[in-house]
Ligand binder design. Structure first.
Ligand SMILES: Cc1cc2nc3c(=O)[nH]c(=O)nc-3n(C[C@H](O)[C@H](O)[C@H](O)COP(=O)(O)OP(=O)(O)OC[C@H]3O[C@@H](n4cnc5c(N)ncnc54)[C@H](O)[C@@H]3O)c2cc1C
Length: 516
């Protein structure tokens, strides 16, 4: 497993292909540092004996010890440990741990490449396996580039006027493919080793050029990254006594342009031009990446609710109203959401299925129900934080006003509220809450809480696509006297395999069923 130093060393050697505004910068630019500091945690904890059980796993390919962020889940325990690891690490970085997208995409690829080979005799799984063994051995970090620019939302990829709205294959050759297009809203691309690209929606038979998946180093020739960094303001001027862990953290979102990029064959995991019949698997891959990512959300979102609940408790103590009934009710809402979302993820691991590739797939209904509950509540949670903290979270003066020799003492004097909390601690609490709720990075996290893993409607579609609604109706039919026999309905015992799901999808998308 890599050390933090090895991770950073590899980053700093990369070709500068990151644009911040009109500047082209390398990975050593200070505005990227916050994101690096978050990914760094995933390397540190894997080497810490206290977290070894959560943060490491055993490779089913090689039998070697690996970082859990490079693991292909083989059983229920793997899924649960991933969820628990995500929750714990998110607590420690005050939000998103940022390393799950890549491995979520790779888990999806492990299922889809195998299924595609079985159906069409392609050899994607062997390629994937070779790629994955190297990925685990080098302990690489990856982003997942799924979200395409998408252009006109009402049109399918092949109907778009600007074909580049979806990443597609321009040319398919014996030695590889050339791809063109852009992916948007991609977390962490400026500070990971690899970009794993997968489609972002269901595809129809006419969309075969868009059925493409590949993985390349993030500084690959022809790849340009338009970055949007977020960090905590005032860190540079912050006096030593006010420094805290959240000030070291940040996030960079990326708009990735693939400008006729050559991808060598060994890095291509789906090519809908070479194998048009396999196009359905592109859509299935989009669905499965989102699915694994939503399951990861059942680990990170409870952590974020808990971070907010923790901040609310501290704010209420500072305001000296901690025991007020409405305060406890509001905090209980945050805790309740965290527990329910986590329980949905745990339960979806418990009801998970083993795919023919050996990869474990979480239950779809439970995962989506949990993820949707988290998304629906996100702004309510920030509302509670703002409610219990008061306006100061949005109006706190700059920290160095409180240390200035002329005005500092007076400023601190008027920060006093609860006599048991010093003014310096009060400033620290409010600065922390400002970071969570009002900062640049806090704003990004709020939108991520809603849209990450797909817009809320996509969760509804995924959930209802899997839910046996016809069987559900039998309950009312019996109760209302339309049927004589009482049904035995236990949704989570309903065995709907991913293969059955794929069949259903292909029927809906009018694919010919000419495979096994
Ligand atoms: C902070 C952050 C980090 C992210 N990180 C990643 C990442 O690492 N990798 C990645 O791949 N993606 C990432 N995403 C992208 C995320 O998955 C998308 O934002 C999400 O899938 C929604 O897509 P969109 O933004 O294009 O919005 P849209 O899909 O355009 O949704 C906007 C609205 O339009 C509606 N809509 C869209 N299409 C239709 C239609 N055909 N018919 C009816 N209604 C429609 C939606 O329901 C929604 O209400 C990230 C997003 C955020 C905010």
């Amino acid at each position: 497993m890599r050390t933090v130093e090895e991770y950073k060393e590899a980053l700093y050697k990369m070709r500068p292909n990151i644009w911040i505004g009109d500047e082209k910068v390398g990975r050593d630019d200070w505005r990227i540092r916050g994101g690096i500091n978050i990914i760094k945690t995933t390397y540190e904890y894997a080497h810490d004996p206290k977290y070894e059980d959560l943060c490491t796993a055993t490779s089913h390919f090689t039998g070697e010890k690996i970082n859990r962020f490079t693991n292909i889940h083989q059983n229920k325990e793997d899924l649960m440990k991933k969820q628990r690891m995500t929750r714990v690490l998110c607590h420690h970085v005050g939000g998103c741990i940022q390393r799950c997208m890549g491995i979520d995409a790779l888990n999806a690829l492990s299922v889809v490449t195998y299924e595609c080979d079985e159906a069409f005799g392609t050899n994607y799984y062997d390629r994937f396996k070779e790629y994955m063994i190297n990925f685990q051995k080098k302990d690489l970090a990856a982003s997942c580039a799924s979200t395409d620019a998408k252009g006109d939302r009402s049109k399918r990829p092949h109907e778009q006027e600007n074909k580049g709205a979806y990443v597609h294959i321009v040319e398919s050759r014996d030695d590889g493919i050339i791809v063109r297009g852009a992916k948007q809203c991609i977390t962490n691309a400026p500070y990971v080793d690899e970009i794993v690209s997968v489609p972002c929606r269901y595809l129809t038979p006419e969309d075969n050029e868009f059925a493409v998946s590949f993985a390349i180093p993030a500084d690959w020739e022809g790849v340009e990254i338009l970055a949007r960094p977020a960090w905590v303001h005032g860190v540079e001027e912050c006096p030593e006594e006010f420094k805290c862990p959240t000030m070291e953290l940040g996030d960079v979102e990326a708009f990735i342009i693939f400008d006729d990029v050559f991808i060598p064959k060994e890095r291509v995991f789906l090519n809908g031009i070479e194998h048009p019949d396999a196009t359905a698997y592109g859509g299935f891959l989009a669905l499965l990446f989102a699915h694994y990512h939503r399951h990861s959300y059942t680990g990170c979102k409870p952590a974020i609710s808990e971070i907010l609940a923790s901040a609310c408790s501290l704010a209420a103590e500072y305001n000296n109203v901690e025991d007020a009934k409405h305060v406890q009710t509001k905090i209980s809402h945050l805790i309740g959401t965290a527990e329910l979302v986590f329980a949905a993820g745990e339960s979806s691991a418990l009801h998970s299925e083993k795919s023919p590739s050996g990869t474990q797939i979480p239950d779809e209904v439970l995962t989506n129900a949990g993820r949707r509950l988290a998304g629906e509540n996100i702004y309510e949670e920030y509302k509670i934080l703002a409610d219990l903290t008061g306006g100061i979270m949005a109006t706190l003066p700059y920290i160095n006003s409180f240390t200035d020799t002329e005005i500092g003492k007076l400023g601190l004097k008027y920060m006093e509220r609860n006599p048991r909390i010093s003014s310096i601690d009060a400033v620290k609490i409010i600065k922390g809450i400002e970071t969570l709720g009002c900062s640049d990075i806090g704003g990004v996290l709020q939108v991520a809480g809603l849209h990450g893993g797909g817009s809320p409607q996509m969760e509804t579609i995924a959930m209802m696509g899997r839910y046996p609604q016809r069987d559900l109706k039998k309950i009312a039919k019996y109760l209302f006297g339309l049927k004589n026999r009482a049904p035995r309905f236990e949704r989570s015992e309903d065995p709907v395999t991913p293969r059955m799901l794929l069949k259903r999808y292909r029927k809906a998308m009018k694919f010919k069923h000419n495979d096994k």
